[in-house]
Design a protein around this ligand. Sequence first.
Ligand SMILES: Nc1ncnc2c1ncn2[C@@H]1O[C@H](COP(=O)(O)OP(=O)(O)O)[C@@H](O)[C@H]1O
Ligand SMILES: [Mg+2]
Length: 314
Amino acid sequence: MSSIDPRQELATRLGLAEVPPARFGDVTDVAHRLRENDYLSNESIASVTFLADRLAKPVLVEGPAGTGKTALAQAVAKATGSRLIRLQCYEGLDESKALYEWNYRKQLLRIQAGRAEGSTEDWDALEEDIFAEEFLLTRPLLEAIRANEPVVLLIDEIDRVELETEALLLEILSEYQVSIPELGTVTATQIPMVFLTSNGTRELSEALKRRCLYLFVGYPDVERERDIILSRVPGISSALAEQIARVVRSLRSLDLKKAPSVSETLDWARTLVLLGKDEIGEADAVATLHILLKYQSDIDKATKELAGRSKGLA
Ligand SMILES: Nc1ncnc2c1ncn2[C@@H]1O[C@H](COP(=O)(O)OP(=O)(O)O)[C@@H](O)[C@H]1O
Ligand SMILES: [Mg+2]
């Protein structure tokens, strides 16, 4: 085992005066503080989060939609008093929206103003002038690198960008720096915690994966889902929360086009509370299935399943 602390090593590489303090004491501390911020983790979520901080490495969080990947980064930011900087990915996202761009309009005004004054400024001087800090528009990745306060950088739904666009991220993910041809290299002045999320709609590049710790977040087990419901749906009883978690789990085991996610479980729980239910009868369940399921064929399958196991329901 190497005796060099990765945080210390990175701090030295970045030329920081001191090593920024680690955010978490141990794995239990992660779980505890996430829970205080209404996020229910499990063993792997808590330990990968802990390691990401200690190893100063980004985390790639993968799993089905609505299982708490984005919410994890948000909760880590809250729990550690860090500023959350989010880059929402989409098809067509490019450098100018992810990293930085030059403020052309302002540059143009500057050039015109120079001419109007009859300035004899030569091109080199002018060029140096308009490619300065003042004309730079900072986008989320550069923003995260330049921030002075502790930062959690969330690169959300990375699988939505084209494979080639991933390359934009590699320098940040391994070096915590951004190279701007006209300005030079900007290095981080703190050690941001970085979370990338993916719904797994495509394979990510090996280069990207190599730079990250990997965390798979699947559907929670019944106990954790019950706790998530209890923490997110005010006024719900523990018994109802547990019953909801059980029904949802049994529905997920059916061969559905789109299994219900945690977001849908929460919508369902809120619906049942609004309807004044203390427990779920088969009729209630069937009447509200459209909250959980978004395909008629799935609703039909679930209706049959619920009728079959209706003894388990009230
Ligand atoms: N472990 C969890 N603890 C608390 N709430 C959760 C958890 N997982 C999911 N949620 C809830 O489910 C919603 C959807 O989660 P989200 O992070 O948006 O999913 P994803 O990013 O994986 O698609 C969140 O708004 C949050 O309320
Ligand atoms: Mg998300």
